[in-house]
Design a protein around this ligand. Structure first.
Ligand code: NAP
Length: 283
């Protein structure tokens, strides 16, 4: 598996497996199948409610801990967040059954962001997580976080797919040493992504599916991708993307699909700030 090197020297696989919206009862099987298919980067979150099932699949796989790259995410915490963040981290680690994480992400740019970040910096310094990062940070919030803290996020996980490509933002992140990671790389199938004629045509030119074209396009741009699927045949399909290369002309054609805006919601919309920022997980 190809890797990217984060700003602290940690190597992270460029393709992994996401488990959002996989029901608890399906997660252990799905993650076991993903590990058998060759995925080594796993992406979960406290808010997904399936960390324990991910942990069970990791343990039963027999794969050495050092060969895995496990990410989970901190949900929104109130001020002062240092103690709450440490507790939330311990809870996630214990549910996963691990003694350290590879990447801990702040799931949303809401709540006591600076308190949460200082606690995450402390966890990183203590070796409890090899890397720390954020998710859903728009450029203004990311730059402010970087300027007013000691450790710059290693990763920003944001909505990135053919209809919302984030190319300019990727450049800004690179200037600040922040690695872009895509969530919703298939736009969860919205806009009829899987039957998009332009992507299907490019797929035909390589004997590849639309899903494979999208994942190749992301990873070829240096964007880490974490496709989700509950089906073993699709897991296998989604990891077979390193045996072909999109031409500059094909990359330019895909660039024309960009709408420049979210297909889901904007994290700067006050209604979403109130809805997500006001939500708390049960302990
Ligand atoms: P996604 O990966 O864009 O799309 C998943 C959908 O695509 C599922 O309906 C899946 O169906 C289908 N699919 C997968 N492979 C396919 C293939 N080869 N052909 C046809 N259909 C295929 O959506 P996502 O799960 O939202 O995003 C990926 C990961 O990003 C998540 O699992 C999560 O880890 C992360 N994420 C993070 C955030 C955040 O706020 N940080 C938000 C959303 C997601 P089946 O399962 O039936 O195959």
């Amino acid at each position: 598996m190809q890797t990217v090197t984060l700003n602290n020297g940690v190597e992270m696989p460029v393709l992994g497996f996401g488990v959002y919206q996989i029901p608890g009862e399906d997660t252990e099987r799905a993650v076991s199948e993903a590990l058998a298919a060759g995925y080594r980067l796993l992406d979960t979150a406290a808010a997904y409610g399936n960390e324990e099932a991910v942990g069970r699949a990791i343990r039963s796989s027999g794969i050495a801990r050092g060969d895995l790259f496990v990410t989970t995410k901190l949900w929104v915490q109130d001020a002062p967040a240092e103690e709450n963040t440490r507790r939330a981290f311990e809870s996630s680690l214990s549910k996963l059954g691990l003694d350290h994480l590879d990447l801990y992400l702040m799931h949303q740019p809401f709540g006591d962001v600076y308190g949460q970040w200082r606690a995450m910096e402390a966890l990183n310094r203590a070796g409890a997580t090899r890397a720390i990062g954020v998710a859903n940070f728009y450029p203004d919030r990311l730059v402010d976080l970087i300027l007013h803290n000691e450790i710059a996020p290693q990763v920003n996980q944001i909505e990135t797919h053919p209809f919302f490509q984030r190319a300019d933002y990727q450049v800004l992140m690179r200037e600040h040493g922040v690695q872009i990671q895509s969530w919703g790389g298939f736009a969860e199938g919205r806009n009829d992504l899987f039957t998009n004629p332009l992507l299907a045509e490019i797929g035909k030119e390589h004997g590849k599916s639309v899903a494979q074209v999208v994942l190749r396009w992301l990873t070829q741009r240096g964007v880490i991708a974490i496709p989700k699927s509950v089906r073993a045949e699709r897991m296998a399909e989604n990891i077979e993307v390193f045996d072909f290369r999109l031409t500059d002309e094909q990359m330019a054609r895909i660039a024309t699909l960009d709408t420049g805006s979210s297909l889901f919601f904007d994290h700067r919309d006050p209604k979403m700030v109130a809805l997500l920022g006001g939500h708390r997980l049960d302990a």
